[in-house]
Ligand binder design. Structure first.
Ligand code: CP
Length: 311
């Protein structure tokens, strides 16, 4: 693997999931592979899980880790040909090449603006690092994608499914803040690669990018979508068509224990209790959210290991 910016950078997904499950059994089986190698993690936005799990994964492989909260560094310029006489002090052309002097792998987190749809869809920050860095890039959640989360979710579903082809439902849920589409998009990209019966449910107006969803059914009746579900993945996202806006916060879309029945419950976290899902769901035996967070380490570890192998 030369980079990991999308789930499709993984050639053989089922093989990669099995390797991650093996790593989970013995996380220190390859501590030599990252010796004298450095991972630099750049955070343009906050993180709890991604930061700690990716650092842990790198250290399990024997890597050194440097973490930079980019908001504490120079304001970066991404526009080619920009006259930098305003607030930006460092151009991505230098920044990416300079960081590449200190890093063997660069991991980047950069959320969308949720204001400029075309800029977000162009993945300006992530793709600029891919373009100008001279070392491999890992996506730690970008404007439109979160492939490390998706790989952890793939591991979790594989470990807990009880039928060969489970029914998986992605459900929009209410939230007081406008949130990105990245986790939902990443999960849908993943569903293309797994043996599942997949349905998306959300209120009208919350359609995601049709280029991403076009092969899957959309059911506007949440309860109907949940019938016979094995896994229910809840996530809020803001409107894609009315870009970045909240159209409604209908509390009837909150995930309740009564609605999900025996289905397993998934969410990437952080989650707003009793807004996105009620306490009974999160505290119940069918909640997989902590195991999803645990699997973030092994998703990151197998990705870093595959990249290190090809350096
Ligand atoms: N799920 C996830 O990416 O969590 P963080 O934002 O805390 O990294």
């Amino acid at each position: 693997m030369k980079k990991y910016t999308a789930i499709n950078d993984i050639e053989n997904l089922s093989d990669t999931i099995q390797k991650a499950i093996q790593l989970k059994k013995n996380p220190y089986q390859c501590t030599h592979i990252g010796q004298h190698k450095t991972l630099v993690m750049l955070f343009f936005n906050a993180s709890l899980r991604t930061r700690l799990s990716t650092e842990k994964a790198a250290k399990n492989l024997g890597m050194q880790v440097s973490v930079l909260n980019v908001t504490n560094a120079w304001n970066m310029e991404f526009e080619d040909g920009a006259v930098m006489n305003l607030n930006t002090s460092e151009h991505i052309k230098e920044a990416a090449k300079v960081i590449s002097q200190y890093a063997d792998i660069i991991a980047v987190r950069a959320f969308p603006t949720l204001e400029d749809k075309e800029k977000d869809r162009a993945e300006t920050v992530l793709n600029s690092f891919v373009k100008y860095a001279t070392v491999p890039i890992v996506n730690m959640e970008s404007a439109t994608d979160h492939p490390l989360q998706a790989l952890a979710d793939a591991i979790t579903i594989t470990e807990t499914k009880t039928v060969a082809k489970p029914k998986v439902v992605l459900s929009w849920a209410p939230h007081p803040k406008a949130l990105p589409h990245s986790v939902a998009n990443a999960f849908i990209h993943l569903m293309h690669r797994m043996e599942v019966d997949f349905v998306i449910t959300h209120p009208k107006g919350y359609e995601l990018d049709p280029e991403i969803t076009k092969q899957f059914p959309i059911e506007y009746d949440q309860q109907k979508a949940f019938e016979n579900a094995d896994f229910i993945y809840a996530k809020n996202w803001s409107s894609f068509n009315d870009y970045g806006n909240i159209l409604n916060e209908d509390p009837n879309w909150m995930i309740t224990q009564e609605k999900i029945g025996a289905a397993k419950f998934m969410h990437c976290l952080p989650i707003r209790r009793n807004v996105v899902a009620e306490d009974a769901v999160l505290d119940g035996d069918n909640a997989l959210v902590i195991e999803q967070a645990n699997n973030r380490t092994f998703a990151a570890q197998i990705v870093l290991q595959e990249i290190l192998t090809h350096l």
